[in-house]
Design a protein around this ligand. Sequence first.
Ligand code: COA
Length: 382
Amino acid sequence: MTTAATPLPYSPGLEGVIAGPTSISKVDSQRCSLVYRGYDVQALVEAATYEEIAYLLFHGELPNQTALSTFRQLLASHRELPPPVLAAIQSFPKTVHPMDALRAATALMALHDADVEDNSPEANLRKAIRLTAQFPTAIAAYYRASADKSYIAPSSSPDVSHAENFLRMMSGESPTPLSVKVFDMTLICYAEHGFNASTFAARVTASTESDLHSAVISAIGALKGPLHGGANEEAMKMLLEVGTVEKARTWMETALAEKRKIMGFGHREYKFGDPRARILKRVGKDLGEQLGQPHWDAMAAALEEVMLAEKSIHPNVDFPTAYIYYMLGLPIPVYTPIFALARIAGWSAHVMEQMAHNRLIRPKALYEGVSFRPFVALAERG
Ligand code: COA
């Protein structure tokens, strides 16, 4: 007598499933908190820089002054792209999405990276640092080429921060200290977030003992979607569609009545609020006041109020980031690449962690197709 096997648990979208251990960050849904290597992200945003966070994610500890200087020098010395990669980026079609350009640029970076096939921890760290240093250059180079603007080379000075270097390469002008600070804060919030879709995609690729560049390319593809990183661009388009503070409430009521998905709202993990959105909302409000553009925060607040009252759904990190980037004068199509520019640190840390304690990631599928049936020869098929 055969007994039916007990069905294995199944959770659509892997919701609530623990897919593996990590020591890199803790996403606490109940407390609405996010911790990188034990440090609350709020404290990191207030007092640290993106370079310190990238170091923390890669090495597990915050750098002391000497280690930070060395790390900044290393990043600055790798900002230039290999000339054939730069030339190729400048020849990409001008109309493709910058995430597609970044994905292709990363594939080209792999072709010119002598360590590409070396999965040792030392080589992975070298590759992670190069990708972190070169993503801003690749994104800015494609943006300027696609907008028929001349290329602005990265600064090789470690005194020019990661944030300042990117803003300079985008606009060709020296950004204000306020812009640099605010942009850096958003990079810290975007740097890492547990087993989100793009990081998980990177870990799946890494688990096959592929290579770091391939894992990062998987992650870029996953991040592009509007349910993930693509939401910051869509959120800004929505704010522009709303238009004014006065129209915000009615706009949201109508959108919800039409069952529209509101970009920049909702989160698989944070059902009671996204800590990064709370941090950046305050940053966005202050920035708006200082720049004489308080209407973005006011519009966002009106939209949030209706969403919360009607659906109990909170804004996520992509909502305040959208209007912060808009106020910083950044073009909307680079918002998701900026997310990648920051998240490369988290992705790389996860690839290194996966490879250090690897087990192939290969879940089961719940088969819902036709059950077993006899084969029908070609001549007998109607
Ligand atoms: N706008 C409108 N309704 C939303 C919503 C949003 N942004 N987010 C969730 N909901 C609704 C769903 O339609 C669903 O309603 P229902 O029960 O009546 O069908 C309910 O809230 C539960 O949502 P669900 O889709 O199960 O949540 P999830 O955990 O699967 O989805 C997201 C999380 C992020 C995919 C989802 O909130 C979303 O699509 N948000 C917009 C995209 C976005 O901002 N992404 C960036 C995330 S950082």
